[in-house]
Design a protein around this ligand. Structure first.
Ligand SMILES: Cc1cc2nc3c(=O)[nH]c(=O)nc-3n(C[C@H](O)[C@H](O)[C@H](O)COP(=O)(O)OP(=O)(O)OC[C@H]3O[C@@H](n4cnc5c(N)ncnc54)[C@H](O)[C@@H]3O)c2cc1C
Length: 410
C-alpha cells in the first residue's frame, strides 16, 4: 500500500483516486476549489468514444483564417493573446498536417477503445450508474456541403473502429421532432452516452470514496520535488508533505508542475462556454451537436446545456459576449421552442498542440505521474486515464503502450 497525493479534483483526479483506492492505496486529493470546479464542471457531459478526430486536422489550413475572422465562427482568438499563444499555434499548425493528424487520431482512438472499460468499475460503485443516460449522440450538419467536407474524417473514424449511422433530414426529424427542419444530414454515434449531471456524478463518486478514506485538502499546491523514495509536495501555506507517489491532474494548469519535474510541455487552454436553459430537457432525448457551430445541446437534469466553442485567450475570466450570443442564437435556431438561457459558464480545456493527452511518468522521477491535457475528451477518457495511473503506481502493464502519450514527445 502506498501514500498517493493527487493534485486536482476534476474528472481525471477523481477517476485516478477511484482506481488507486481499488488497489488499496491511501489517497489524498488537493484542490483549493473542491471537487469538479474546473473544466469538469460545465462540459457538455458526453461520453464520446467516437471523438478521435482532433481539432488539429488538415482542414484548419483551409478554415482557420475564416474561423478567426467570422462573427459566426465557433473558433476565436483573442488578438491580445496572440504573442503568448503564437508558439503553441505554430505547433498546432505543424500537427495539422495529414501525417501528424492521423497519428494523433490513432493515439486518441487507442485510448478511446479502452474508455468504456475504464469507466465500468467507477459506474459499478453504489448507485453511480444512475447518472448515465444511454442515448446515442447525434451530430448534425445544416448544409450538405459541410457534411461532404466531413466525409474524410468520418472515413478515418470508421477505419479507427468507430461505429455510426448516417441519417437523412427526415430521419433526423423523426428522431428529434423538436428540432427545426434545417439539418440536411445527421450522424448517430453508437456506444455513446451522457451524464445527466457531470458535477453531481463526480460529487457522488467523491462521497463513495470519502466514505472509504479518501481525503480532500482544499489547498493549492505550489511545488512538487522528487525526493528519495518519494515526492515532496508543498502547498500554498508552505507545509511540505511527503508522498510515495504524486499524480498531476491539474488540467490546463499542469505545465508548471511538469516543469518542476523535468518536462517542458506546450500546454495551453482552449476556452469553452456553456449557456443553460433551465427545465427545457424534454425537448431533446439525446446530446445533439451542430457541427458547423461547434457545440452540443445536452439534456441534463437541470435543463438543456448548450456547450462548446473554442477560444484561444488564456486564463482571463472575461467572457466573450459574442461567443455566448452565438451559442444562444444558434441553439434557439436549432430548437425554436427554447426561451432564454438562465446561466452561462466559461471553462478552460487543457490542450496540447497535437490534441493528445500526457499520460505517463515524469522525467525527473518515476514517482510523479502525469495525467493531463485531455482537451475535449476529459470526461470520456477519465476512466481509462485513472486505470493507467493506477497501473503505473502498481508497476502493472497498462492496457496500451504509453509511448505516444509521453511528456517527452515535444
Ligand atoms: C465547453 C466544454 C465542453 C466539453 N464537453 C466535453 C464532453 O462532452 N465530453 C468530454 O469528454 N469532455 C468534454 N470537455 C472537456 C473536459 O471537460 C475536460 O477535458 C476535463 O474536464 C478535464 O478534466 P481535468 O480533471 O483534467 O481538469 P479540470 O476539471 O480542469 O480539473 C483540474 C483541477 O485542478 C485544480 N488545480 C489547478 N491548479 C491547482 C493547484 N496548483 N493545486 C491544486 N489544485 C489545482 C483546479 O482547481 C481544477 O479543479 C468539455 C470542455 C469544455 C470547456
Amino acid at each position: 500500500m502506498a501514500e498517493v497525493g493527487i493534485v486536482g479534483a476534476g474528472f481525471i483526479g477523481l477517476a485516478s483516486a477511484g482506481w488507486l483506492m481499488r488497489d488499496g492505496h491511501r489517497v489524498t486529493l488537493f484542490d483549493p476549489s473542491g471537487v469538479a470546479q474546473g473544466a469538469s464542471f460545465g462540459n457538455a457531459g458526453t461520453f464520446a468514444p467516437y471523438g478521435c478526430i482532433p481539432v488539429n486536422n488538415p482542414s484548419v489550413f483551409r478554415d482557420l483564417p475564416r474561423f478567426l475572422l467570422s462573427s459566426e465562427s465557433p473558433f476565436r482568438l483573442r488578438w491580445s493573446y496572440l504573442p503568448h499563444v503564437l508558439p503553441w499555434l505554430v505547433r498546432f499548425m505543424i500537427n495539422s498536417t495529414r501525417r501528424r493528424y492521423e497519428a494523433s487520431a490513432s493515439a486518441l482512438a487507442a485510448l478511446l477503445a479502452q474508455a468504456q472499460a475504464g469507466y465500468a468499475p467507477l459506474l459499478e460503485e453504489r448507485d453511480l450508474a444512475k447518472f448515465v443516460r444511454p442515448r446515442e449522440c447525434l451530430y448534425l450538419y445544416s448544409s450538405g456541403a459541410s457534411f461532404d467536407a466531413s466525409r474524410a474524417s468520418l472515413n478515418l473514424r470508421e477505419q479507427l473502429g468507430v461505429s455510426f449511422d448516417v441519417l437523412s433530414a427526415e430521419e433526423v426529424c423523426g428522431l428529434e421532432p423538436s428540432l427545426a427542419p434545417i439539418f440536411e444530414r445527421g450522424v448517430l454515434f453508437r456506444d455513446s452516452w451522457h451524464f445527466s449531471d457531470p458535477q453531481a456524478f463526480l460529487l457522488s463518486l467523491y462521497d463513495v470514496l470519502a466514505a472509504r478514506g479518501l481525503e480532500l485538502e482544499r489547498k493549492s499546491v505550489s511545488a512538487l520535488a522528487p525526493a528519495s523514495e518519494g515526492v515532496t509536495l508543498t502547498t500554498d501555506d508552505g507545509a511540505p508533505r511527503r508522498f510515495d507517489h504524486v499524480v498531476v491532474a491539474t488540467g490546463a494548469r499542469s505545465a508548471k508542475f511538469a516543469a518542476q519535474c523535468g518536462n517542458r510541455v506546450p500546454l495551453d487552454t482552449e476556452r469553452g462556454y456553456h449557456v443553460r436553459y433551465r427545465g427545457a430537457s424534454q425537448l431533446i432525448s439525446r446530446p445533439v451537436g451542430w457541427a458547423e457551430r461547434g457545440f452540443y445541446m445536452t439534456p441534463m437534469d437541470e435543463g438543456i446545456r448548450v456547450a462548446g466553442t473554442v477560444e484561444l485567450g488564456g486564463f482571463s475570466d472575461v467572457r466573450n459576449r459574442s461567443l455566448l450570443d452565438l451559442l444562444t442564437f444558434s441553439s434557439k435556431r436549432a430548437l425554436p421552442a427554447l426561451q432564454q438561457p438562465d446561466s452561462t459558464w466559461l471553462g478552460f480545456r487543457p490542450t496540447l498542440p497535437d490534441g493528445v493527452p500526457v499520460l505517463g511518468r515524469a522525467s525527473a522521477s518515476e514517482r510523479v505521474i502525469y495525467a493531463f491535457g485531455h482537451q475535449h475528451l476529459g470526461l470520456t477518457l477519465a476512466g481509462v486515464s485513472g486505470r493507467i495511473v493506477a497501473d503505473l503506481v502498481a508497476r502493472r502493464a497498462p492496457p496500451l503502450d504509453l509511448t505516444r502519450y509521453a511528456a517527452t514527445r515535444f
